[in-house]
Structures are given as C-alpha cells and as structure tokens.
Write a protein that binds this ligand. Structure first.
Ligand code: SF4
Length: 121
C-alpha cells in the first residue's frame, strides 16, 4: 500500500511522466504501479511521492516560499472533495470520483500551478 497526500490523489490521475529529476520520475512510476495493485492510504504531509522529491526538506515542501502552506491547502481541499479522510484506505480505481470534482478543482487548484503546461485536465 502506498501513502499519498490529498492533492496527489487527484493530480496523479493525470500524470504523464514528467518530473523534477530522474529519481523523482522513477519513484513516481513505482508509486503509481503499487497504488494500482495494493491501494492507497491517505496521509497528511510528506508522502511516498515527496520522499524522492528534491524540494522535500525534512517533510517540508520548499518548491516555493508559499509552497508548503499552499500544498497543505490543496491536500485538505482534495480530501474534502473526494470524501477520503486522513488515514483512510482506498483502491486507486475507486478514486474515479475525481471526474466529479474537477470543476471545483480546476477553479481552486489548477490556477497558477506550475504543471498546467503538461497536464491534460
Ligand atoms: S513539490 Fe512538494 S508536494 Fe510536490 S512532491 Fe515535491 S515536496 Fe511533495
């Protein structure tokens, strides 16, 4: 079972192989495969994607000055929209309700995201 924070439950549905480094991308593919076969535990803060990220400093997201606060806001929003509380365990396929929440997600989360150019949402 993989550990994923809230916003990764949504954003990874649209992952297309880009990333911050070779290690980050390779880890992300492993995480996705494991999520599909073993399921996901919803966690707060640093998750199995963050552990291979060059912006992760002791569990804090340093992608930008405001990143850690903004990422936590997005985690909370994703968890609320998907009705997947912290510590719950979900099948990757059952996060399919993502499609139902995309209108709100695009409005609240996608604006200003650095990944917009590579995301097909
Ligand atoms: S940018 Fe921040 S939230 Fe995204 S994977 Fe890296 S540490 Fe985690």
């Amino acid at each position: 079972m993989v550990r994923l924070r809230g916003h990764h439950l949504i954003c990874l549905q649209f992952y297309r192989g880009e990333g911050y480094s070779k290690d980050f991308v390779e880890n992300l593919y492993r995480v996705l495969e494991k999520a599909k076969s073993e399921g996901v535990e919803v966690v707060e803060g640093e998750d199995d994607v963050c552990i291979a990220c060059p912006y992760n400093r002791n569990g804090i997201c340093t992608h930008s000055d405001e990143a850690n606060r903004e990422i936590r806001r997005l985690d909370e929003l994703a968890i609320r929209l998907l009705s997947t509380p912290l510590n719950s365990k979900v099948e990757w396929g059952s996060v399919g309700s993502v499609r139902d929440v995309l209108a709100v997600w695009k409005k609240e989360a996608c604006k200003g995201c650095d990944w917009r150019g590579v995301c097909k949402i």
